[in-house]
Design a protein around this ligand. Structure first.
Ligand code: AR6
Length: 181
């Protein structure tokens, strides 16, 4: 039997850790690890724009960018997900530039925006842990801890951590086990 998906009931809903491509998930919103222009890029951002089609870029061009730690919402267009919540993770600069708080703000603000739209099912990638260089083992407990803290207070009931590798999924599962023990 595969280790994934790993699903746990927590206060306010369920958390699921999967290994896969976030562009395939039919949820109310997938979260995009974007940059401040919101005009596309590589990694998960590039994959989301390719799968959603040019209409996504057209809507993003109306948004005026996004600050680090903030979030903005668009439609999902050709994605199976109804919406995309674009957030901008911090670039890792050694840990002394507020990176942890900014990463937590990404998860918290994405959940707040989902709540403002009454969304129930949302999927996150491992924000900042690719091109932006945030150490994956430090990012996972921030991601899980922020979601655990906010879930009881928002419309969101089901959160998927869509990891791109089994190694990333293990880090999220370990963080979830440590924080729900
Ligand atoms: N599904 C799920 N996760 C993915 C996918 C996918 N299809 N593709 C990559 N990942 P990154 P960042 C994982 O670099 O570090 C872009 O150019 C990847 O393995 O996408 O926040 C933006 O425009 C990693 O674990 O985002 C920005 O300029 C995680 O997603 C910059 O990269 C995040 O890696 C943002 O960098």
């Amino acid at each position: 039997m595969s280790d994934w998906p790993h699903r746990v009931a927590v206060a306010g809903g369920t958390i699921e850790i999967v290994v896969g491509d976030i562009t395939r998930l039919a949820v109310d919103a997938v979260v995009n690890a974007a940059n401040r222009t919101l005009l596309g890029g590589g990694g998960v951002d590039g994959a989301i724009h390719r799968a959603a089609g040019p209409e996504l870029l057209a809507e993003c061009q109306t948004l005026g960018g996004c600050e680090t730690g903030e979030a903005k919402i668009t439609r999902g267009y050709r994605l199976p997900a109804a919406h995309v919540i674009h957030t901008v993770g911090p670039v890792w600069r050694g840990g002394g530039q507020d990176e942890a708080a900014l990463l937590a703000a990404c998860y918290g603000n994405a959940l707040a925006l989902a709540d403002a739209h009454g969304l129930v099912r949302i999927a996150f990638p491992a924000i900042s842990t690719g091109v932006y260089g945030f150490p994956a083992e430090e990012a996972a407990p921030i991601a899980i801890g922020t979601v655990l803290a906010r879930l009881p207070d928002v419309s969101v009931e089901h959160v998927v951590f869509c990891c791109f590798s089994a190694g990333s999924a293990v880090l999220h599962r370990q963080a979830l086990e440590a924080l729900t023990r």
